[in-house]
Design a protein around this ligand. Structure first.
Ligand SMILES: C[S@@+](CC[C@H](N)C(=O)[O-])C[C@H]1O[C@@H](n2cnc3c(N)ncnc32)[C@H](O)[C@@H]1O
Length: 257
C-alpha cells in the first residue's frame, strides 16, 4: 500500500472514530492523558504544536500550562471535532488545522515544543514525524511522544499486530520503547525523560470503536485464544462480562540540541 493510500485509510478510520474516540474513557486516564501532560513544563509564553492531534484532547488538557497550542491532523472530521469541543469548553489559546505530521507546514525553529500521543503506530516510517518535530522546535525546546507499544519478542509482536490490524485498518505498526528511543536518537533528539506506564481499558469498548472490530470479532477471539506465552504488551483479562485490555504507554521527552 502506498503512503497516499494509507492516508485515505487514516481519514476513513478517524472520520468513523471522531466521536467515539473523544468519548472513550481510555483516552482520559491518568496513565494516558495526565502522564503525557505532566511532561509539558508550565510556561505561559511557550508556543507548542500537537501533531496528529485528533479531537484535541491533549491540546486542551495542556492549554492551561502554556501560551498557545496549534493542533494539526490529517483527518478533517477530527479537526472539526477539535474546534467544536475547544469552543464549547471555552479554551481560547488552542487552534486546529489540517496538517500532515510527516511534512509540517511550519518554519524551522519556530516553536518551544512539539507533542504527539497515540499516533506513531498509525504512520509509515515514523522517524519522519520525529524529524519534523525536531525541525520545527527551537534549540533547547522539547519534543514529547507517547504511544502504546509492543513486545521485543518477535512472535508476540507479530501476533499483537495481527489483532490490531483486524480491529483498525489504519493501524500500521506498534513500536517498542527501545525502537522509539532509537528513532529519536537518529532524528537528532537528546533524551530527557523516558518511562513506561501500564494501563487498562474496557476491551469491548476498544474492540467496537475500531471499524474492523465488529466484523472481525470471531477471528480476533480465535487469535486471543492462541496468544504466545511471551506476550506482555497486549493482554486481555477478566470475566466475559467485564474484560479488560492491558496495554503499555511508552512516554518520552527529548530536548532539541
Ligand atoms: C489514535 S488517534 C490519536 C489522536 C490524538 N493524538 C490523541 O491521542 O488524543 C490518531 C490520530 O492520528 C491522525 N494521523 C494519522 N496519521 C497522520 C499524519 N500523517 N499526519 C497527521 N495526523 C495523522 C489521525 O487522523 C488520528 O486523528
Amino acid at each position: 500500500m502506498s503512503t497516499d493510500a494509507h492516508s485515505g485509510t487514516i481519514r476513513d478510520e478517524f472520520a468513523h472514530q471522531a466521536d467515539s474516540f473523544t468519548r472513550s474513557a481510555a483516552m482520559s486516564l491518568a496513565e494516558t492523558l495526565g502522564a503525557v501532560v505532566e511532561l509539558v513544563p508550565e510556561d505561559p509564553e511557550a508556543r507548542w504544536v500537537e501533531v496528529a492531534c485528533g479531537p484535541g484532547l491533549i491540546a486542551r488538557a495542556m492549554a492551561p500550562r502554556v501560551g498557545t497550542v496549534i493542533g494539526l491532523d490529517l483527518t478533517p472530521a477530527m479537526i472539526d471535532k477539535a474546534r467544536a469541543d475547544a469552543a464549547e469548553a471555552g479554551v481560547a489559546n488552542v487552534s486546529f488545522d489540517l496538517g500532515d505530521a510527516t511534512a509540517l507546514d511550519l518554519p524551522d525553529d519556530s516553536l518551544d515544543g512539539a507533542i504527539t500521543r497515540f499516533s506513531l503506530h498509525h504512520i509509515p516510517a515514523p522517524i519522519r514525524v520525529l524529524e519534523e518535530m525536531r525541525r520545527v522546535v527551537k534549540p533547547g525546546g522539547l519534543v514529547v511522544v507517547a504511544d502504546h507499544v509492543t513486545d521485543d519478542d518477535g512472535a508476540a509482536a507479530a501476533w499483537h499486530e495481527e489483532i490490531e490490524r483486524l480491529r483498525d485498518p489504519s493501524h500500521w505498526a506498534c513500536l517498542t520503547p527501545s525502537r522509539i528511543a532509537d528513532l529519536a536518537a537518529r532524528a537528532g533528539l537528546e533524551r530527557d525523560e523516558e518511562r513506561v506506564r501500564p494501563f487498562s481499558i474496557d476491551y469491548a469498548e476498544w474492540l467496537h470503536r475500531g471499524s474492523g472490530g465488529p466484523a472481525n470479532e470471531a477471528l480476533i477471539e480465535r487469535l486471543l485464544s492462541e496468544a504466545p506465552s511471551s506476550v506482555e504488551s497486549f493482554r486481555v483479562t477478566g470475566p466475559d462480562e467485564d474484560r479488560r485490555l492491558n496495554l503499555r504507554n511508552s512516554l518520552h521527552r527529548w530536548r532539541v540540541p
